[in-house]
Design a protein around this ligand. Structure first.
Ligand SMILES: Nc1ncnc2c1ncn2[C@@H]1O[C@H](COP(=O)(O)OP(=O)(O)O)[C@@H](O)[C@H]1O
Ligand SMILES: [Mg+2]
Length: 213
């Protein structure tokens, strides 16, 4: 990968910006090995997550969820080459402006996923880019097909907790906006069922650790 510049280093992947990938401005998401994992297992896990992430990035686009277009997948090197999304991380955007409209959009996108029996798995304001007034969702490495209300509730709870930790000051307005967007797509009944589940999980005090999934 020539002329690739490291732009982000996450817990499991490095993100490189490639200025000219066959004419596209692209990003390479490279899953790196974890020294504490057995090598064979590590290779399998990285390939599996890469494959799943590319699959969901592609699949949910058809449901109307804006995602970076996948340009190339290299399972051997646990790498996805995808469109570089111009814009600002939703997290940063919200820290500047408590933009209810943007969060409402994200709520609708979450509901779109859920009504197609998919959960994102890591729904936070760090996994969305505000681009041209539009919210683009990415980082589907923990996404899965899901059907239970519990799965949907966990997705919403993760988002709620991320709002609480990062955007505490405007939490109420922003979470309400998220629910508004969610309800617009999922309808009142479904939304209430999911919200009830969120409260139930909170009461049980069972928090989902990213590491466990
Ligand atoms: N397609 C993309 N376009 C622009 N920036 C991206 C893109 N994909 C990832 N990034 C940047 O890289 C960071 C980490 O990417 P992400 O997929 O969330 O990796 P991780 O699984 O390590 O969290 C993002 O927060 C974002 O800043
Ligand atoms: Mg991420």
């Amino acid at each position: 990968m020539e002329k690739a510049r490291l732009i982000a280093r996450g817990a499991e992947a490095h993100i490189y910006l490639i200025e000219d990938w066959h004419g596209f401005r692209a990003v390479a998401k490279v899953r790196v090995s974890k020294p504490y994992r057995v090598r064979e297992l590590d290779t399998i896990i990285r390939a599996r997550r890469t494959k799943l992430e590319a699959y969901f990035l592609y699949k949910v686009k058809r449901y109307g969820v804006p995602t970076p277009t996948v340009l190339h997948v290299d399972l051997h090197n646990a790498t996805i080459i995808m469109e570089y999304v111009e814009g600002i991380l939703l997290r940063e955007h919200l820290l500047r402006t408590p933009d209810e409209d943007a969060v409402e959009q994200l709520g609708s996108l979450a509901a779109l996923l859920h009504t197609h029996s998919i959960v994102h798995g890591d729904l936070t304001t760090s996994n969305a880019i505000f681009s041209d007034e539009q919210v683009v969702l990415f980082d589907f490495g923990l996404a899965k097909s899901a059907v239970t209300v519990e799965d949907f509730g966990v997705d919403v709870l993760l988002f709620k907790r991320s709002l609480l930790s990062v955007h505490f000051k405007y939490f109420n307005e922003l979470f309400e906006a998220f629910i508004r967007g969610y309800q617009r797509v999922a309808g009142k009944n479904r939304t209430n069922t999911v919200l009830k589940k969120v409260s139930e999980i909170e009461r049980r005090g069972r928090y989902v650790s990213r590491e466990l999934r």
